[in-house]
Design a protein around this ligand. Structure first.
Ligand code: COA
Length: 199
């Protein structure tokens, strides 16, 4: 979407930046992994399709995407942003009945970066951005039955199961944004700074 195309979110462990053409090649390499395709319920795309997808997402007001950069690598790797990419986090506004409902997706693709709190921090920051900048009132997440880590992450963030699909083998979790949810997110994020993104 256009709203976040020049926004960067600085957090304590990672930095979120808008998805740009320079990120596509590495993103495409990640998505060749069958494990990641299964965990994120994604179909493999050709590189050309991936570039088209990046372009369409950057223009589509129903999709907000940030690339996650590892803050510790960024500190020692200035000038080479692509080397510090570790995943992505997305919001999709696809609920025809509620324009302020957003489905959230998170992926920490680099396995050696998992388990360090980056997935949780990036998810919380996207929720903060969704509420404060995009007016989200309900978050949903669709997670495969077997994706134990992701289920643990969203339960930890107080999402509750609202339905199950045997056909897709996934559960839908939901979190309604209340004042206590806002204060939970605010107190969980040690650092959250929205600044201008420049390449
Ligand atoms: C799920 C995923 C995003 C978690 O990211 P991460 O950076 O490894 O997770 P974090 O280190 O921030 O941990 C977040 C929470 O996940 C759970 N978790 C993470 N690693 C865990 C482990 N090894 N065992 C049990 N729980 C674990 C915990 O609840 C943890 O919260 P806590 O530390 O407060 O207890 C990451 O594993 C991933 O991208 N997996 C593949 C793609 C995917 O499944 N995406 C979800 C589709 S929406």
């Amino acid at each position: 979407m256009k709203t976040n195309e020049n926004h960067s979110l600085r957090l304590s462990k990672c930095v979120l930046v808008p998805y740009r053409p320079k990120h596509v090649l590495k993103y495409h390499e990640w998505m060749k992994s069958e494990e990641l395709q299964e965990l994120t319920a994604s179909e493999p795309l050709t590189l050309e399709q991936e570039y088209e997808m990046q372009k369409s997402w950057s223009e589509d007001d129903k999709k907000c995407t940030f690339i996650i950069l590892d803050g510790s690598k960024l500190a020692s790797d200035f000038g080479n942003e692509v080397d510090t990419m570790v995943g992505d986090v997305n919001l999709f506004f696809n609920d025809v009945d509620c324009s302020t409902s957003a489905e959230i997706e998170i992926m920490v693709a680099e396995a050696d970066t998992r388990g360090k709190g980056i997935g949780k921090e990036a998810t919380l920051a996207m929720m903060q951005y969704g509420i404060a900048t995009l007016g989200v009132t309900i978050f949903t997440a669709k997670i495969g039955y077997n994706n134990k880590l992701s289920l643990a992450l969203f339960h930890r963030l107080h999402f509750k199961e609202v339905s199950r699909s045997e056909a897709f083998q996934e559960v839908t979790l939901e979190l309604v944004v209340t004042e206590s949810v806002k204060s939970f997110i605010g107190s969980s994020l040690q650092e959250y700074l929205v600044s201008a993104y420049s390449e």
